[in-house]
Design a protein around this ligand. Structure first.
Ligand code: CU
Length: 252
């Protein structure tokens, strides 16, 4: 009897009642069911959306030529302003009309993406880089050092007149440039025709090289002799003896 009383219905049903205590489901549209996390969700989602749009828009603007980027940004801003003003003045726009409006607003962006994809901007950028000689350093010849290598294994100089050689050291190690008659002279670093100062990592210089005779010479970095190549010295007249010949005087 006591056993049965222990499992009596009142205690069981009271437990059930406890479980059943729930907030009555509000009969509301789906969106409003999320109303507890909304104060957090809305700002977070908005921030994420803003970040994504800003990032993607910057990708587009950076991928197109500068003039196009300015134009796209201005037209885009005007479109957003005009588009939302239009939408505000006409609250009865249908869903499809709203989508259409969004597409019209985004049109400059789409054009920008197309321009970026077709790479109209690339030739201009390349030309600009080429005009700078691939680096900011000038000279009759330019060497760029990076990853313990020069960007070329052959430079050309004009014979018989002072020449400048730019060395742009984009590497994390110091480099220099020295010119020798040949590889053997370079290996022993004897009888350098020109020996430049070391150039610190991340800096550049323009070496001034005294006039050389025409022919094929050898250049290297004295610190890293594996950084090497040929110097082709051309021109300067036949034999390069012009500067030594007594042009005045004449035969007496
Ligand atoms: Cu070096």
């Amino acid at each position: 009897m006591s056993h049965e009383e222990h499992r009596s219905e009142p205690s069981g049903s009271s437990m059930m009642d406890e479980v059943r205590i729930r907030v009555p489901k509000p009969n509301l549209p789906d969106e409003i069911k999320f109303n507890a996390p909304l104060p957090i969700l809305i700002p977070v989602a908005a921030l994420a959306a803003i970040a994504a749009i800003a990032f993607l828009f910057s990708r587009v603007l950076l991928a197109v030529p500068r003039e196009a980027a300015i134009l796209i940004a201005i037209v885009m801003a005007a479109n957003i302003l005009g588009g939302f003003a239009f939408a505000a003045l006409r609250p009865n726009l249908s869903r499809s009309q709203r989508i259409e409006l969004a597409m019209v607003i985004a049109y400059p962006l789409l054009i920008g993406i197309v321009i970026a994809q077709l790479g109209f901007g690339a030739p201009a950028e390349e030309a600009a880089a080429e005009a700078a000689g691939g680096s900011s350093v000038g000279g009759d010849a330019v060497l760029v050092a990076d990853n313990v290598t020069f960007d070329t294994d052959s430079i050309e100089l004009a014979a018989g007149k002072p020449q400048t050689i730019g060395l742009d050291n984009q590497d994390s190690a110091p480099h220099n440039l020295a010119i020798y008659k040949n590889a053997e002279a370079g290996a022993s670093q004897q009888g350098a025709l020109f020996q430049g100062e070391d150039v610190a990592p991340g800096s550049s210089t323009e070496y001034e090289v005294d006039p050389l005779d025409p022919g094929k010479l050898y250049f290297q970095c004295d610190i890293h002799p594996s950084m090497k190549g040929n110097v082709v010295v051309t021109g300067g007249g036949s034999g390069g003896s012009a500067k030594n010949s007594p042009a005045k005087g004449g035969g007496g």
